[in-house]
Design a protein around this ligand. Structure first.
Ligand SMILES: Nc1ncnc2c1ncn2[C@@H]1O[C@H](COP(=O)(O)OP(=O)(O)OP(=O)(O)O)[C@@H](O)[C@H]1O
Length: 230
């Protein structure tokens, strides 16, 4: 369970507030206009953006002041955040520690995860030698190998074509089993495909999650302008 108690996150002069709980173990989409604060909210949960009021808890634990590396969350970014000079093996092994020559047991776990994401046999490649879809799989493998209870996704597959994006969304959900996934998307169809609930974000405020079908058919009043533009 991810809980915001009067939480306010601040980036420069911009603030976004949240005061609700995200249910455990499901997929929750985050939808709203550009610049409303979706990334600020997720980066706040990850600890990259400071929280200036309230509390944030993950599974009951107060993480409000915790450094990013000490939070039980992993994050998948739009640009995948892969190190271009490192191999697939090294990029994914970073989930388990900073060593560039991973130990045998770490290599075995990485190879197993690469199998799960459909990248068997590619562990010695560098990111530039992979397709966009394969790069997304490397980033997904790294995020999942961290084995944290909350996985945050900031539009991770938006650079992919529609068929590949759908495939990656489905793969993420099937591999994330049991974890709480919170994913920003610009496409309500993504929410309809994989999310149990949707957090609407209007400028400066994240609204409590609403079941996906309700959100899509009868959006919160604050979201109506946004939906009329889609
Ligand atoms: N480093 C920063 N310093 C100051 N303001 C920032 C910074 N990064 C973002 N902002 C501002 O914070 C506001 C919210 O940005 P944010 O990226 O959270 O929105 P978003 O809803 O994720 O938008 P998009 O859908 O376009 O990615 C914007 O007005 C943006 O200009």
């Amino acid at each position: 369970m991810l809980t915001f108690e009067g939480a306010v996150f601040q980036q420069g002069s911009f603030i976004v507030s949240a005061d609700f709980a995200v249910s455990e173990g499901g997929v929750t989409a985050v939808i709203g206009p550009s610049g409303a604060g979706k990334s600020t909210l997720l980066h706040g949960v990850a600890g990259f953006v400071p929280q200036v009021a309230g509390r944030t808890r993950v599974q009951g634990r107060d993480v409000t002041r915790a450094a990013p590396q000490h939070r039980p969350v992993s994050m998948l970014f739009q640009d995948n955040n892969l190190f271009p000079h490192l191999t697939v093996m090294q990029n994914v092994a970073l989930a388990l520690g900073p060593r560039l020559r991973p130990a045998r047991d770490v290599r075995d776990r990485v190879e197993e995860m690469l199998d799960h994401v459909g990248l068997s046999g590619l562990s010695d490649r560098k990111p530039a030698g992979l397709s966009g879809g394969q790069q997304s799989r490397v980033a997904l493998a790294r995020a999942l190998l961290q084995d944290r209870p909350v996985v945050l996704m900031d539009e991770p597959f938006s650079a992919l074509g529609p068929a590949l994006k759908d495939e990656m969304l489905d793969l993420s959900v099937s591999l994330a089993q049991g974890r709480t996934v919170v994913m920003i998307t610009h496409d309500p169809a993504d929410a309809g495909r994989i999310a149990d609930a949707v957090i609407g974000v209007v400028p400066g405020r994240a609204l409590p999650p609403v079941p996906t079908q309700t959100f899509l058919t009868d959006p919160p009043d604050e979201m109506r302008d946004y939906f009329s533009l889609l």
